[in-house]
Design a protein around this ligand. Structure first.
Ligand SMILES: Cc1cc2nc3c(=O)[nH]c(=O)nc-3n(C[C@H](O)[C@H](O)[C@H](O)COP(=O)(O)O)c2cc1C
Length: 373
C-alpha cells in the first residue's frame, strides 16, 4: 500500500529516529509490538548516501515488517538532498524525513541538523530539492504516486518561538508532516520539553492549513497516559516516545495504543470540544479517569516476560551485527531490569557481556536463583 501521512489512523504514537538506538534490530523488535504507526531509521548523512558509504548503507537496511519505514537525512546542501532523495526512493523507503533537530556539535557546526532552523531559506530549498529528487526517482521507477517528505525539528536554536515561523515555512515548501521536539538546541536534553509552544504551533498550523499536515510532539513522554494527556491538551496528531521506550519496547503494544486512541476519541466527544482545547483540569475531572490511567500507565512486567523480550532483542542484535551487536546491546541490557530483587547485580553482569551466550546464561542463572528462593 502506498504510504501517505494522511492515511494513518490518528492520533498516532511513534518511535522517533534515534541515532545509536533505532537500528535494524531495535526497529524489528518495535515492529513486533505493532503500535508505532511508522518507523524511522537512525539519521544518515546525505553525503554518506551519495558516496555509497558502507556504514550508511548498512544503517539503511530494513525488513518488510518495518513498513511504513522512513529514512531520516541530515546535511546542509540542497543539491545533496536532491541526489540523496533519489537514492532513498530507489532503496524502497516509504518516506523521507529531514533532520532539523540534531544539536550535536559535529552536525550543527556544519550548518546541518538544528542549525538549519536559523537558515530557513536553505531549509526551504532542502525540502523542495528532496521533493524534486524523489519525484524524478519515482518517475524513473514508474511509481504512480507522490513520495512524501516530512521534517523533524526542535523549537529553535536559542529562540523557542522560532519553530512558529520555521515550521510553517517548511509546510509552505511542501513538508507533509512536522515533528517537534519541545526543546531548543541550546537546551540539548536539559530541562523540560515545552509543550505550550508545541500547542501554539498546532493552533497556528490549524488556522492556516487545517488537518492537511499532521503535527507530532516529542519530549519527555514516558507512558501512553502521558501521550493521552499531551494529545488532548495540545491538539497534536500524535506523540513520539523516545527515551521512555528504553528498556520498555512494549510501550508500543498495539492493543494499548488502540486503547489510547479509543480514549482520546471518547474524551473529545464527551467534552464536545475540538482537540487542543482540553485542559489538564478537565481531564483530571473525568468520571473514568482512574480506568484510563490504569489502562494506559506502563504495565508492570514479570521477570520472565522481560527475559523473553530481551533474548529476542539480543538475538536480533547478534543476527544483525554478530558480537559487535552484543556489545552495542549492553546499554539496552542496563535499561531493561529495574525493581527486581538483585536487579543491580544482574545489571552489572549484563553490562559486561561479550556474547549472546553470556546474555542467555546471565538471565538463566538469575531465573534459577529466583526459583530457588
Ligand atoms: C540517543 C538519542 C538519539 C537521537 N537521535 C535522533 C536522530 O537521529 N534524529 C532525530 O530527529 N532525533 C533524534 N533524537 C531525538 C529524539 O527523536 C526525541 O525527539 C528526543 O529524544 C525527545 O524525546 P524523548 O524525551 O521521548 O526522548 C535522539 C534522541 C536520543 C535520546
Amino acid at each position: 500500500m502506498v504510504f501517505s501521512w494522511k492515511n494513518l489512523d490518528y492520533p498516532v504514537v511513534l518511535c522517533p529516529p534515534m541515532d545509536g538506538i533505532t537500528d535494524n534490530a531495535f526497529r524489528e523488535l518495535i515492529a513486533s509490538f505493532g503500535g508505532s504507526s511508522v518507523l524511522y531509521c537512525e539519521f544518515v548523512n546525505v553525503k554518506g548516501l551519495i558516496y555509497q558509504n558502507s556504514k550508511t548503507l548498512f544503517e539503511l537496511r530494513y525488513t518488510e515488517n518495518q513498513r511504513p519505514i522512513i529514512a531520516q537525512l541530515f546535511g546542509n546542501d540542497p543539491n545533496d538532498f536532491f541526489n540523496a532523495a533519489q537514492i532513498i526512493v530507489k532503496l524502497g523507503f516509504d518516506g523521507i524525513d529531514i533532520n532539523m533537530g540534531c544539536p550535536a556539535h559535529k552536525v550543527a557546526s556544519k550548518g546541518s541538523g538544528c542549525a538549519l532552523m536559523n537558515k530557513t531559506d536553505i531549509a526551504r530549498e532542502i525540502v523542495r530539492a528532496s521533493i524534486e529528487g524523489a519525484k524524478i526517482a519515482a518517475k524513473e521507477l514508474k511509481l504512480a504516486h507522490d513520495f512524501e517528505v516530512s521534517c523533524k525539528m526542535r523549537l529553535g536554536v536559542d529562540d523557542k518561538n522560532k519553530v512558529l515561523e520555521h515550521g510553517i515555512a517548511m509546510i509552505e515548501a511542501g513538508a507533509k508532516a512536522i515533528a517537534i521536539h519541545g526543546r531548543t538546541l541550546k537546551q540539548m536534553y536539559s530541562g523540560h520539553a515545552d509543550w505550550d509552544v508545541i500547542r501554539t504551533f498546532v493552533q497556528l498550523k490549524q488556522h492556516k492549513y487545517g488537518d492537511k499536515v499532521p503535527v507530532f510532539g516529542s519530549g519527555d513522554v514516558k507512558s501512553l497516559y502521558d501521550a493521552f494527556v499531551r494529545i488532548l491538551t495540545t491538539g497534536v496528531d500524535g506523540v513520539m516516545i523516545g527515551r521512555g521506550s528504553f528498556g520498555k519496547p512494549w510501550i508500543f503494544d498495539r492493543s494499548k495504543v488502540d486503547l489510547l486512541r479509543y480514549y482520546v476519541h471518547l474524551v473529545e466527544q464527551k467534552l464536545d470540544k475540538k482537540s487542543g482545547y482540553i485542559t489538564l483540569e478537565e481531564i483530571e475531572q473525568l468520571d473514568n479517569i482512574n480506568e484510563i490511567k490504569l489502562a494506559l500507565e506502563n504495565p508492570s512486567m514479570s521477570f520472565d516476560d522481560i527475559k523473553s523480550i530481551v533474548i529476542r532483542h539480543a538475538r536480533l542484535m547478534y543476527d544483525e551485527k554478530g558480537d559487535t551487536g552484543i556489545l552495542q546491546m549492553r546499554k539496552h541490557l542496563g535499561w531493561y531490569f529495574h525493581g527486581f530483587e538483585g536487579a543491580k547485580s544482574l545489571r552489572s553482569r549484563l553490562v559486561r557481556v561479550k556474547t549472546l551466550e553470556e546474555v542467555e546464561n546471565a538471565l538463566d542463572s538469575y531465573s534459577s536463583n529466583l526459583q530457588d528462593e
